[in-house]
Design a protein around this ligand. Structure first.
Ligand SMILES: Nc1ncnc2c1ncn2[C@@H]1O[C@H](COP(=O)(O)OP(=O)(O)OP(=O)(O)O)[C@@H](O)[C@H]1O
Ligand SMILES: [Mg+2]
Length: 311
């Protein structure tokens, strides 16, 4: 089972939109996909379920926040199975399209925002040994949880919040691959360097702890599968010149970049989330829908090649 984080420190660059569309297209192609929403804004969650469905999950303590709470407050190792739901709209849609794939969801919670402070209080100790063991306990939390459900899915896609707090670091440590959705502008391209450096730093720190004593954990090596450019403005069939310049700059810096991108279209992308079915699986047949769906399909072809995920 491949675990792939969609991550960028910058907010509003299209992480959630890319995650939802890639997940839906992969499910359509027959993959069993689990999406995990780690962002307190819960945008991915509300791309697939409505507020009433979410309230039921909240009441039943079936969000990622509750799962971390049980671990922090009562040291309980609840299975992630208890949180997983199969959202009706998208799965009915997949059935109607005769797909054998599935898209399941682990939901987020608006109060996940407070979790990081609580996690941080549990990290530390008086000796190297206790610091090491508290680090490994906290930072492998999601990795351990996902290992418990690995038989059920071909791949897990994690939508990360726009930061690098402990929950985000949990996602990176659990992942064998990561994807960086980005806008083709100055700040976004600057941010990629910093993000990759931080992920390298976290990997080194984690591996040092792993190698520094006995235990069940092995070294990790999360690989950047590629940068996916989003909100691209097209002129004469190609990205406009300024955006093309930033895309080239990222390639020259040596980062893998997807040839496919997602174009800018606020009307189409803005209304889609509330529908419960991402744009890529929309049945509308007008020209623009076809163009955008074609782009996302190409992007998923590249995603499969670059990640090596197999059915
Ligand atoms: N290709 C696109 N064209 C136009 N608008 C888009 C596109 N992709 C996403 N959007 C819109 O831009 C906003 C931000 O997108 P999205 O939520 O996917 O970004 P994000 O990186 O996940 O943001 P955050 O950091 O807040 O989690 C949303 O309103 C979304 O509908
Ligand atoms: Mg988001």
């Amino acid at each position: 089972m491949d675990i792939i984080s969609f991550i960028n420190y910058k907010g509003g660059v299209g992480k959630t939109t890319v995650t939802a569309n890639v997940a839906a297209e992969l499910a359509y192609r027959g993959y069993k996909v689990l999406v995990v929403d780690l962002d307190p804004q819960a945008n991915l969650t509300f791309s697939f379920i409505n507020i009433d469905e979410w309230r039921d999950l909240d009441r039943e303590s079936r969000t990622i926040k509750h799962w971390y709470d049980e671990f922090l407050n009562d040291n309980r190792d609840v299975s992630l199975n208890n949180l997983i739901i199969s959202p009706d709209k998208i799965n009915n849609h997949l059935n109607a399209m005769d797909s054998v794939g599935r898209l399941d969801l682990i939901s987020s919670h608006l109060e996940l925002i407070n979790l990081d402070l609580e996690l941080a209080t549990q990290y530390g100790g008086n000796s190297q040994r206790t610091i090491r063991s508290s680090f490994l306990r906290l930072f492998t939390r999601l990795k351990r949880g996902l290992e418990g459900i690995k038989e059920k899915y071909d791949l897990v896609l994690i939508d990360c919040p726009p930061n690098f707090n402990i929950v985000t670091q949990n996602a990176i440590i659990a992942s064998n691959l990561f994807i960086v959705p980005a806008k083709a502008d100055f700040l976004s391209t600057l941010g990629i360097d910093q993000l990759v450096r931080h992920i390298d730093g976290l990997t080194t720190r984690y591996n040092n702890y792993v190698n520094d004593g006995p235990g069940e954990w092995k070294e990790i090596n999360p690989r950047l599968s590629g940068v996916i450019f989003t909100m691209i403005n097209i002129y004469n069939g190609s990205p406009i010149q300024t955006q093309a310049g930033y895309i080239s700059q990222v390639k020259r810096a040596g980062y893998p970049v997807f040839d496919s991108y997602i174009r800018n279209n606020s009307t189409l992308f803005a209304h889609s989330p509330e529908d419960g079915v991402p744009v890529v699986l929309d049945t509308e047949v007008s020209g623009l829908y076809l163009d955008i769906r074609g782009e996302i399909e190409e992007l998923v072809n590249e995603f499969i090649l670059s990640t090596g995920v197999t059915l």
